[in-house]
Design a protein around this ligand. Sequence first.
Ligand code: AMP
Length: 607
Amino acid sequence: MHTLVVNCGSSSLKYAIFDTQTEQSLLTGKVERLGQSGDEKQRTHQVAVAEMLADIGQRGAEFDLSSVGHRVVHGGTRYNTAVIIDEAVCAEIQARIPDAPMHNPYALAAIQAAMTALPDIPHVAVFDTAFHADMPRRARTYAIDYDVAQQHGIRRFGFHGISHAYVADKAAGFLQRPLKDLRLITLHLGNGASACAVEYGHSVETSMGNTPLEGLVMGSRSGDVDAGVLLTLLRSGDFDVEQLDDLLNQHSGLAGLSGLGNDLREIEDQAASGNDRARLAINVFAHRARKYIGAYAAAMGGVDAVVFTGGIGENSATMRRRILQRLEFLGLVIDEDRNQDALVAADQDYALLTSKRSRVEAIVVKTNEELMIARECATLVGSLHKDTAQALANASIPIAVSGRHAHLTAETFAQLFGPDATLTHHKDLSQPGQFAAQEKIDLIGPRSTITGVRILGPLRSVDQIEISRSDEFKLGIDAPVRDSGQVAGSAPVTVKGPHATVQLAEGLICARRHVHMHPDDATRFQVQDRQEVAIAVRGGARDLVFGDVLIRVKESYKLEMHIDTDEANAAELGSVATGSSGELIYTDVDDAYAELTNPAQRVKHND
Ligand code: AMP
């Protein structure tokens, strides 16, 4: 099986074919001079795809393509992993064009042309933003007016994720330690440059932000600049928005500082001959990178290795030395000979840069974004077919978070709200026939009172008030975990309505998490009513497997898992878990425990 990888820039289209099993690159190629106005040979990305396919055909070799992987720079907030491309994925790439005008339009054009030319194999989008999609909120949030940020989608996305993920994985292999045990700082230093704090396999900070302009000094991009500078330049009248864009993206960084263009080789040569601005450019570049190493070590509470990659990171020993100097306080001691000789041999993919007495390692790793894309494709598609991927999508179970609420009998309701009161509809709930009422009650415990607990309708034959573990502590009542309806012997509670206060002898429970499903869903998932299962919640800030989940099957039920606010918080799903879903991974809880306690299987699972 072979994977075709397509990497589209604004003026070129690079491609490669990999053997999915051996990960060997079987063919590489490049179509250049795309879309350049005034160029006689101007060609579109659609034409480039046709040329690529013709070239592959002409090379004579027999390829058995099982998938096509497309690099997409901006996947927005929706995709934290590679996905099989369908109309919704194309729409999202399209929607992100304003955020990545130099990349997304061309990637989309190439995707559409390639999907038309090769319609029978899955096409996969691998996003540069995906690795950073789960960055903690504190790291991805800019401290500007919250509502303005929400309205304009202003947040840190981070880029170069395919490269950061690849070199982090390689570095872990080199250190012979699991990635999930390591705190790494990866520095992708090329024409574009970014740093990433990879804590236990996850990107927790990265220097590129809402756009690829923020952070490190780059070939012709400024990286960090006081936002006030932009206001000063705009107010000066010498720059309009387009000119400012041009200044920061094209005439800054190494090129802007040195006045010599963006090639570090030339700048290093000139610096050696005494050119002051060339020296300044090098010093600013190295200082900024070193500053980020310190910041990210602090953000992660320590660091195990610093990893260099990209054209500059892989090739410039002098730049690496400048960046790594004065880091002994972190426990990082460079070995000058190792640094000088690193990657000199053509077949070397990585090399150690630090001395024996260094507690923190520095490593240089040759990046290979195309291979990473091929890998992601193979993982996602493997030998699967589109139908199987669809079947996996069908296996997900939507999650809803239940806040504290009360089900009351007509008798209790009349006591609390008066004999003539009726339950008024506020809004429908997802389960057919169920609704949230406008009426609310207070729960009074020995420790404190919880006000405004919503009543759910219709009224029932027994009182049942469902709260979370945190609520129990607030009230000072020890409520048992119970299935809905099993209130006999549950905790007593005092409830207060506008008409009266009533002491319930029982009815306060901590509801057991459960999945509602229709009999057809039960057949599909091969489960039965009241069976206990485990549900995995993935893709949020914290992956979690909920054991002890009760299946409840009824004709009137709609497929949905119900958890309480504590449980949602544990998986960091947010208070309403909008769009979240779980996956039924074990139909037998004993199997789940067996797997969790079997280290061999656990490693497999973590991979
Ligand atoms: P990239 O964007 O990753 O291809 O990196 C391109 C940059 O790497 C260029 O701007 C070069 O300045 C730099 N580069 C490549 N080879 C060397 C080298 N031998 N010494 C210094 N810089 C290099």
